[in-house]
Design a protein around this ligand. Structure first.
Ligand code: ZN
Length: 135
């Protein structure tokens, strides 16, 4: 089982793609999410104006080692909303399992470290700095 956190998705895709990807996921655009145990990767089909194939590969520690999408944006940016949407879908798979084992009112054990998140966004996407100033 692979657990992905919000931070993993943002680190991989950046904040903008994460937000668009989450919308895509919530609109039910992620289809055919399949886990390949041999390759330790997930594949999915994400429907937008066209259908794109997403592939996300993990290492033994469940860290994301590689992602791929057939859309044009991926070629330009090395990531895209389809990859983000697929990661959100995978993270939700994990959460269902966690919920089963947790007490009804779980203590928040993972406080969000905003400095770390901002830091990682800024490192990967300096253009975001401009936007953050307006927040
Ligand atoms: Zn894509």
């Amino acid at each position: 089982m692979i657990f992905i956190t919000l931070r993993d998705i943002r680190d991989t895709c950046g904040d903008t793609f994460y937000k668009r990807g989450k919308n895509y996921y919530e609109a039910g655009r992620v289809r055919n999410l399949v886990y390949d145990e041999m390759e330790n990767c997930y594949t999915a089909e994400v429907k937008g104006s066209k259908s794109y194939e997403v592939r996300i590969e993990f290492d033994e520690e469940a860290f994301i080692v590689d992602s791929d999408c057939t859309c044009p944006a991926f070629e330009d940016y090395g990531s895209c909303k389809h990859v983000a949407a697929t990661l959100v879908a995978i993270s939700r798979l994990g959460q269902k399992d966690i919920v089963k084992d947790q007490p009804r009112h779980p203590v928040q054990s993972n406080p969000i470290d905003i400095d770390l998140i901002l830091d990682s966004i800024l490192k990967k996407q300096p253009a975001q700095l401009q936007r953050l100033r307006f927040w």
